[in-house]
Design a protein around this ligand. Structure first.
Ligand SMILES: NC(=O)C1=CN([C@@H]2O[C@H](COP(=O)(O)OP(=O)(O)OC[C@H]3O[C@@H](n4cnc5c(N)ncnc54)[C@H](OP(=O)(O)O)[C@@H]3O)[C@@H](O)[C@H]2O)C=CC1
Ligand SMILES: O=C(O)[C@@H]1CCC=N1
Length: 272
């Protein structure tokens, strides 16, 4: 892959995930915004890319012709139509990275010329703040070196790991969709405090800070969540009473079920 300052990067699709990755990649300043181009059928999402200095176009073909590294960031059901239309313009020099949930490397390869370099990335929205959780799968051994280079580029989006494609759907449930599960928890945490008399706006700020602080302690320390939880619990104190209520409400089973359901849905999308 080229030096980051020379690397031409394209996004097909200008939605939330393309924007998140573009923000993450551009933030450190190594990638040059004028080397980045994004395409979408409407202008609806262009202004936030233009504000970063990224070029915009309605032509997916132009993105392919202008870029070495191309992120495919359209909804999964659009992937076959979009790739079939672009196939004749894709060369072995391109690196095509799809973020579409469920769509397998095999399916992507089947839509592109033989010898195309295709990978899958499952990112999540906090990429835009360099706090994403990203899993990259390259499918075959011969793409490992490119995957390592991509890992360096994407590290500005957050924690990046390279792993087998068989983990991607679970990571979609855990981290791609997991962001939304955490927001539900945040909302419920704040509403609990509102029920007990705290103003809503303040409760939301404290809920966000509580999740952020707990997340930092968990990520940056060496401790298992069960150990951290034990450190918050005073025998006969408030926390253990709250935890008992969570257990009665089936929180753990509900969260495990949510990750499982999202993973299964990703698998189902891949079979379509
Ligand atoms: N959102 C998330 O948190 C995550 C999403 N993903 C994956 O990312 C992908 C994109 O999702 P997301 O960004 O949320 O979706 P959005 O709906 O926000 O964006 C989709 C984009 O695709 C564009 N588009 C539609 N048709 C075409 C086409 N024919 N050619 C080029 N662009 C087209 C849309 O254009 P227009 O701007 O004109 O509407 C829009 O810009 C999905 O496959 C999803 O599975 C993965 C991980 C997390
Ligand atoms: O809901 C979805 O299908 C996408 C994939 C992961 C997050 N959003």
């Amino acid at each position: 892959m080229d030096e980051l300052s020379q690397l031409k990067i394209g996004f097909i699709g200008a939605g939330n995930m393309a924007y998140g990755i573009a923000q993450g990649i551009l933030r450190p300043g190594d990638v040059v915004a004028s080397n980045v181009i994004v395409s979408a059928p409407s202008k609806n999402n262009f202004s936030r890319f233009q504000a970063m200095g990224v070029a915009v176009t309605h032509s997916n073909e132009e993105v392919i012709h202008s870029s070495r590294l191309v992120f495919l960031a359209v909804k999964p059901h659009l992937v076959p139509t979009v790739l079939r239309a672009l196939s004749e313009h894709v060369t072995p020099q391109h690196i095509i990275v799809s973020v579409a949930a469920g769509v397998t490397i095999g399916t992507l390869e089947g839509l592109l010329p033989g010898g195309s370099c295709v990978m899958r990335l499952m990112p999540n929205l906090p990429c835009m703040l360099q706090e994403g959780a990203l899993l990259l799968a390259c499918g075959t051994e011969d793409k490992q070196e490119v995957a390592s280079q991509l890992k360096v580029l994407l590290s500005s989006c957050g924690l990046v790991e390279v792993g087998p494609e068989s983990w991607i759907d679970a990571h979609t449930g855990l981290s791609g969709s997991g962001v939304a599960f955490v927001y539900v928890f945040a909302e419920a945490l704040a509403e609990g405090a509102v029920k007990m008399g705290m103003p809503s706006a303040l409760a939301q700020r404290f809920a966000a800070q509580t999740i952020l602080g707990a997340g930092h302690l968990l990520r940056d320390g060496e401790k298992h969540p069960a150990q951290l939880k034990a450190e918050v619990c005073t025998p006969g104190g408030t926390t253990v009473y709250g935890l008992h209520a969570l257990e009665k409400g089936g929180l753990r089973a509900a969260v495990m079920g949510a990750v499982e359901a999202a993973t299964e849905r990703a698998r189902e999308l891949g079979r379509k």
